[in-house]
Design a binder for this molecule. Structure first.
Ligand code: ZN
Ligand code: ZN
Length: 415
């Protein structure tokens, strides 16, 4: 693919996103959310727009957000204005997904864009936005319509990933990685994606049949037992909407994941990669859980801001996701830290604090909040992934009769 022009690669990228990721259906509308620097997301937005109309879209629209605008607001807007927001946009977004139309998020965030900003203001803005988007978010996390999240290289992001490389070359290098992880180097990317998704479906079918009561993760600095929700469903690869549209929520994706029982998590876990969150990078993140709740937490950088996130609501101190990714995944093998969860979470086994996927428990979507709480399906305004896997991690499955079976050894599947 090296002899193809960037425009040709971008077209292939857009086609895989539209045809496999979103799996846009003729007659659907597509809403694109572009986040990062406008000049970096714009080429992908335009390519996807064209591909979407060619696939039969009735209308394609975009909501831009731009880091320089966010910084301008944080530094200059009146302190008492932080609850303001485009309510007309939030209402429109919710109406869009309520109508079962499709969405795509394009992420080009510079991990350092918000460095030095007032942490209290940022935590407040984050909370306000989470609350205003709660309706929209419930359709997305409930898999009620087809959606996808993808990346776009930007100079700020690329120079963070490839320090010491000049911005233009760094952007080209990052695009090469993005295209490779999206399987665009293969002859027929659409077919390659179908094969890849089929393998993930096989793994999750095995785990779903087992119905382990808990998974135990062990590695240097980690000995954590994660109870799994009763009737949990391992998900991964593709998801189906209630209308039967099969879509791939993340590109790339290498994970199978499910919903833990938020009351039954015990032990200590050390993150294996720094966590990039809201423009902050947390290093050497460590959590201790007792009966599902984080009782102790430490990080070498960013701890002060993260403490505020953990205090956001009750569910922020409990687990909402456990995901398994073999260490041999192409992203892990690249040996590169991408400072972006979409890529880094597909390099490694991970956990998330905060909101759980009710869809990953049989009957979970129909449960009311008391039933969800009893089932251990965590509720929170946040969902933050952090990586725990490595080639030193073993995972055991514990059956309800106490039998222990190997699930992963030294970071690879053991079945
Ligand atoms: Zn995940
Ligand atoms: Zn997650």
């Amino acid at each position: 693919m090296s002899n193809q022009s960037f425009a040709e690669k971008l077209k292939k990228y857009a086609d895989v996103i539209v045809q496999v990721g979103v799996n846009l259906q003729p007659g659907q509308k597509l809403l694109i959310r572009a986040a990062g620097a406008v000049e970096s997301t714009a080429p992908v937005v335009r390519a996807v727009t064209k591909s979407a109309y060619q696939a039969g879209a009735r209308y394609v629209d975009v909501i831009w957000s731009d880091e320089a605008m966010s910084v301008a607001r944080l530094e200059n807007a009146p302190d008492d204005s932080l609850d303001e927001g485009p309510d007309y946009v939030y209402a429109g977004m919710e109406a869009h997904v309520a109508n079962a139309d499709a969405t795509l998020t394009i992420m080009a965030a510079n991990p350092d864009a918000m460095a030095g900003q007032d942490q209290q203001k940022m935590a407040h803005l984050r909370k306000v936005q989470s609350q205003k988007l709660e309706g929209y978010g419930s359709y997305i996390s409930g898999m009620k319509t087809n959606w996808c999240g993808v990346g776009a290289a930007s100079p700020g992001w690329a120079t963070k990933v490839f320090p010491g490389v000049d911005p233009e070359a760094a952007v080209a290098k990052l695009w090469d990685s993005i295209f490779k992880f999206t399987r665009l180097d293969l002859d027929d990317p659409v077919q390659a994606w179908k094969d890849h998704v089929a393998k993930l479906v096989e793994r999750k079918a095995y785990l779903n049949k087992k119905q382990y009561a808990a998974l135990r993760l062990t590695a240097p600095g980690t000995d954590l037992t994660v109870g799994l929700a009763k009737n949990h469903i391992f998900m991964g690869g593709s998801v189906e909407t209630p209308k039967g549209i099969s879509f791939v929520p993340n590109m790339p994706t290498e994970e199978v994941f499910t919903t833990p029982n938020a009351h039954e998590v015990n032990g200590t876990v050390t993150a294996s990669l720094p966590l990039n969150f809201n423009g902050m990078v947390l290093e050497n993140l460590k959590f201790t859980f007792k009966d599902g709740v984080i009782t102790d937490f430490s990080a070498d950088t960013g701890a002060e801001m993260f403490e505020k996130i953990l205090d956001m609501d009750l569910g922020a101190r409990r687990l909402g996701e456990i995901a398994l990714v073999p260490n041999s995944s192409p992203i892990s093998q690249s040996g590169t830290l991408f400072y972006n969860t979409l890529y880094d979470e597909n390099a490694s086994n991970h956990l998330a604090i905060g909101r759980a996927y009710a869809t990953a428990v049989a009957g979970g979507v129909e449960m009311n909040s008391e039933e969800k709480e009893a089932a251990g399906i965590n509720h929170s305004l946040i969902h933050i992934d952090f990586m725990v896997g490595s080639d030193k991690m073993d995972v055991d499955g514990i059956l309800s009769d106490g039998t222990v079976e190997p699930v992963m050894r030294a970071g690879e599947w053991a079945f």
